[in-house]
Design a protein around this ligand. Structure first.
Ligand code: DXP
Ligand SMILES: NCC(=O)COP(=O)(O)O
Length: 252
């Protein structure tokens, strides 16, 4: 089974556009879990444009209440604390998610758009990964489908990789002639990761159109999906949208 972890960033983005707590991010998280999602993902950013530290605390306790539900906190481990945002690793250590996905994005970035270059960032990631693993938090690294880089992910102690699916999603949307090669590179990366003993997650811009092919990736364990699902929820309702993604992942 491929686990569906629903990313709630965009629900929080709408909430933050006004004062108050509407829509309620935690209630929407509960709806996703009630509809059968196996996990919740958040990607708090230092500017708190969407997910805030308080959301992480409340979602951590929501996920703890449920059996077989995983909480995944994503973000840049090197971004400095800002306001009451304490830094990603500190936030994770405080809230004990099941998984922390480290992503190499800068503070002013619109969204995540590349995986780690571990030749550059590997040495300074080592102590961050060790802190998380000592706290029994699974560590995943956001990566391109590059075999040499994936070997380095194993060498510095990662448990899993999350393959960055943005270029794959764009190739599907544009019906690009490069699509087959891009997907083949993801399959080779997933096989390589598995041979090294790394788990395989994937995410970014996955949707109901591009997921039927991506779900066939060898050994895929988890997808985290937020943006497209939130858009689909406008038309379908959140519960139906979650169920549609679960059906899609099941190959129905
Ligand atoms: C890591 C990743 O792929 C991103 O999709 C991220 O989790 C979403 O962040 P934003 O919602 O801020 O674009
Ligand atoms: N890790 C990717 C993620 O959480 C969701 O990305 P998106 O579906 O919002 O692009």
């Amino acid at each position: 089974m491929i686990a569906l972890s629903v990313n709630l960033n965009k629900i929080a983005l709408i909430r933050n556009s006004r004062e108050g707590n509407f829509p309620d991010v935690i209630a929407h998280g509960r709806t996703c879990l009630d509809a059968g999602a196996q996990g919740i993902t958040v990607h708090p950013r230092p500017d708190q444009r969407h997910i805030r530290p308080g959301d992480v605390r409340e979602l951590a306790s929501l996920c703890r209440e449920r059996q077989d539900v995983e909480f995944n906190v994503e973000g840049n481990p090197f971004a400095a604390p800002m306001g009451d945002y304490p830094g990603l690793v500190e936030l994770a250590l405080e809230n004990q998610p099941d998984q922390c996905t480290l992503v190499p994005d800068s503070t002013d970035q619109l969204t995540s758009d590349h995986g780690f270059n571990l030749k550059l960032d590997g040495p300074r990631l080592v102590p961050q990964i060790a802190k998380l693993k000592n706290a029994r938090i699974r560590v995943s690294l956001f990566m391109e489908p590059d075999l040499e880089q994936i070997s380095l992910a194993r060498d510095i102690g990662a448990d899993r990789i999350e393959l960055y699916t943005g270029p794959y999603a764009e190739a599907v949307a544009r019906q690009s002639p490069e699509l087959d090669d891009i997907f083949a590179s993801h399959c080779a990366a997933a096989e390589h990761a598995r041979q090294l003993g790394l788990g395989v997650n994937a995410g970014h811009d996955l949707n109901l159109v591009n997921l039927p092919r991506y779900r066939t990736l060898p050994g895929l364990q988890e997808v985290s999906i937020g943006h497209a699902m939130t858009v689909d929820a406008i038309a379908m309702g959140l519960e139906n949208a979650v169920k549609a993604y679960l059906d899609c992942l099941a190959g129905n």
